[in-house]
Design a protein around this ligand. Structure first.
Ligand code: MG
Length: 384
């Protein structure tokens, strides 16, 4: 099979998510948002797709790197193509990011699954067909009845449990929220949620990411008392030493790294330095499904869990393919938004959840995105 073209279609779709000055999502007025669909096509017919922000997979990235490496090649040679793209990263002056790399590699997996008529989670591992989800909240805000107070979090947690979730992860308040960051408020929200849902729901905290060691230690000890399942990214992840210090001083599992650069290579250092108890990687952050699997397998070899960061078809495929991940991250969730609403450019959700809190993996060929091609064509604003 030979790759003949690599193209991107940018289209608009209605969204009620807005982004604050620090990049956090919150509910907002409905507006048109932009999305890019990457399409890799072959001479023989099969195609693969990946969705992402247009800024990540922009025209220069497609022309200067993706086409140069992929056209004329066998799409099943994923590891070699990925390595060739990685070589281009150094000379790309920062243009070919890990996120762009991940979208290209993800589309190759989708293509392979569609060509072979198998779901990608079966191709890359095949461990399970359903997985428990944790409801991952949006960051705190100052919206009345939203996520503005510990009581708001408690009330929302009760709603999530009624929906079926058996686990909830709080993202608490970060600037530009006027009173953030505030370690005491974070702990109060966690305590209010534990009080509301009782002892049988797993809880996690992903708080402000720039706390000092002292602040992180304070919160971590409080979370231990509240029987939280893990403590995520309280400090700058560039300092693996700080995480080693925190993990050594707390009993609660410390989870990371999520945002640090370096693909699977940097995760190996975190394991060696005992900087975390549970490893973390997401497809977008580490440059693809392949490197995300490498992180998960690295963790497995050291007897560690690897919790996969983020929602979406590619992350769900990895979760379905491995044993050492307990949850799928479903979100981000907010009391003013309905996560179960299908985006206009898809015909169905990629991560449908039942009333027991299990997300069921798609058995369709590829990554399981049921794409509404008519919608995308009708709302297309750019093609390159
Ligand atoms: Mg996180």
């Amino acid at each position: 099979m030979i790759i003949k073209s690599v193209n991107v279609e940018v289209f608009t779709y209605p969204s009620r998510r807005s982004v604050d000055s620090a990049g956090h999502s919150h509910p907002g007025d409905e507006k048109l948002a932009k999305m890019a669909m990457l399409r890799i096509a072959t001479e023989e017919g099969p195609e693969g797709f990946a969705f992402g922000p247009p800024e990540v997979i922009r025209a220069h990235v497609v022309e200067a790197f993706a086409r140069k490496v992929l056209i004329g090649q066998n799409p099943f040679d994923r590891e070699r193509l990925w390595q060739d793209l990685v070589h281009w990263q150094r000379g790309s002056a920062g243009q070919l990011t890990d996120r762009a790399l991940a979208l290209i590699e993800q589309a190759l997996w989708d293509l392979a699954g569609r060509a072979l008529e198998l779901p990608v989670h079966k191709l890359i591992g095949g461990y399970r067909d359903k997985v428990p989800a944790y409801g991952s909240t949006m960051c705190g805000d100052e919206l009345k009845g939203g996520l503005a107070t510990p009581d708001n979090y408690a009330a929302f947690a009760e709603q999530l449990v009624a929906r079926g979730y058996r686990a909830i992860k709080l993202h608490t308040w970060m600037p530009p929220v006027s009173f953030a960051p505030d370690t005491k408020m974070d702990v109060r929200a966690c305590a209010a949620v534990r009080e509301a849902v009782g002892p049988d729901i797993a809880l996690m905290l992903d708080g402000y990411h720039w706390y000092s060691r002292t602040d992180a230690f304070y919160i971590g000890r409080e979370l231990q008392r509240l029987d939280f399942a893990w403590f995520e990214e309280p400090m700058v992840e560039d300092s693996a030493e700080s995480y080693a210090w925190l993990a050594a001083n707390l009993d609660i599992p410390v989870l990371g790294p999520e945002t640090v650069a370096g693909k699977h290579y940097s995760r190996a250092s975190w394991v060696k330095n005992a900087s975390c108890d549970i490893l973390r990687a997401g497809v977008a952050g580490v440059g693809g499904i392949g490197p995300c699997l490498k992180v998960a397998h690295l963790a497995d070899a050291f007897g560690m869990d690897c919790e996969v960061h983020g929602n979406g078809a590619a992350n769900l495929a990895v979760v379905g393919a491995i044993k050492n991940c307990r949850w799928y991250e479903r979100g981000l969730l907010h009391p003013f938004l309905d996560y179960d609403e299908v985006p206009a450019y898809l015909n169905s959700l990629v991560d449908p959840m039942d009333t027991e809190g299990f997300v069921h993996l798609s058995q369709k060929p590829g990554l399981g995105e049921d794409i509404n091609f008519d919608y995308i064509q009708e709302h297309r604003i750019e093609r390159y």
